[in-house]
Design a protein around this ligand. Sequence first.
Ligand code: NAD
Ligand code: UDP
Ligand code: UDP
Length: 310
Amino acid sequence: MKRILVSGGGGFLGSHLCDRLLKEGNEVLCVDNFFTGNRKNIHHLLDNKNFELLRHDITHPLFVEVDEIYNLACPASPVHYQFDPVQTTKTSVIGAMNMLGLAKRLKIKVLQASTSEIYGDPEVHPQPESYKGSVNTLGPRACYDEGKRCAETLFFDYHRQHKVAIKVMRIFNTYGPRMHPNDGRVVSNFIVQALKGQDITMYGDGMQTRSFCYVDDNIEGMYRLMNSRDGFTGPVNIGNPGEFTMLDLAQQIIELTNSKSKMIFMPLPQDDPMQRKPVIDLAKKELDWEPTVNLREGLVKTISYFESVI
Ligand code: NAD
Ligand code: UDP
Ligand code: UDP
């Protein structure tokens, strides 16, 4: 039995990861300041004797004894990470440094939840891990994109300089149950709007694309990466290569919810990437991983979750 620290364990992905790690027979120390996380996400775990919750902000040092670290703490939706951009960069950079300092002292493995946002508004399509990205350092998304880029740099420098064992995962848009209904991400926005019969808020002309990965596939990839062969550091893309326009997405959600909602067109936010799709050859080769849930199946499960909570 391992004792595993999950930072951001009260969030969308973190809470699913806690479930998985407990199911595998581990002890979990969930560390979260509940900036965007929700206690409801982990409420069902509070009575589990192998689960412990610590309210803590990872921008401050943390001295605990654990065997492995998954570093997921960071607001992930544009609305949330732009709300307090300085804190977003601090969480990504100082938070990563504290988790790396902890891993260095304990001589343990640490996994970083990086993001496809480090590719920015990509000029290369689809995006392999070798693509270096196109990020506007000055725009409203930079606090997140550049924070996550700097975190990757810290991970590789702690690896080279201090021999810390690292695993870096570049996560593409992931959706599913326990997404925050008001966090502003497109899947949750469209589903909530469709279920409530409200207008569907399409930003721009809706021709921009994203590739959406269902949460269970993401967690499987994350778990396999942490347990991959020694010396394999990544970065590795984890996402579903199915690529959809936002118009496609809205149409599928309207149909699956039987909604009478109409689309309204609003301005495209600054620096909104026009296209995004992962190359997942590396994950296939190193982790024997590929997604198993297609968009339609994943949307059905996500819609039934939102029906029960809104
Ligand atoms: P989320 O907002 O639901 O979860 C993030 C969690 O981190 C929340 O519980 C929040 O309270 C916590 N947190 C934030 N700042 C903290 C701090 N300073 N100290 C302690 N806890 C803090 O987001 P998510 O979708 O679960 O994302 C989890 C991770 O995966 C993030 O690092 C995110 O950047 C990354 N990621 C997610 C996606 C996605 O599509 N969901 C895509 C790319 C990368
Ligand atoms: N750190 C931590 N927990 C630990 C060990 C280190 O939070 O168990 C923090 C430490 O306070 C520092 C950061 O991690 O701010 C980086 O640690 P490192 O040892 O690399 O740096 P140093 O302490 O030498 O500045
Ligand atoms: N989007 C939209 N309507 C919304 C929310 C988002 O059209 O109500 C668009 C957004 O402009 C972007 C895409 O959907 O092009 C994905 O947005 P999200 O915030 O989910 O993720 P990210 O931009 O970080 O990939």
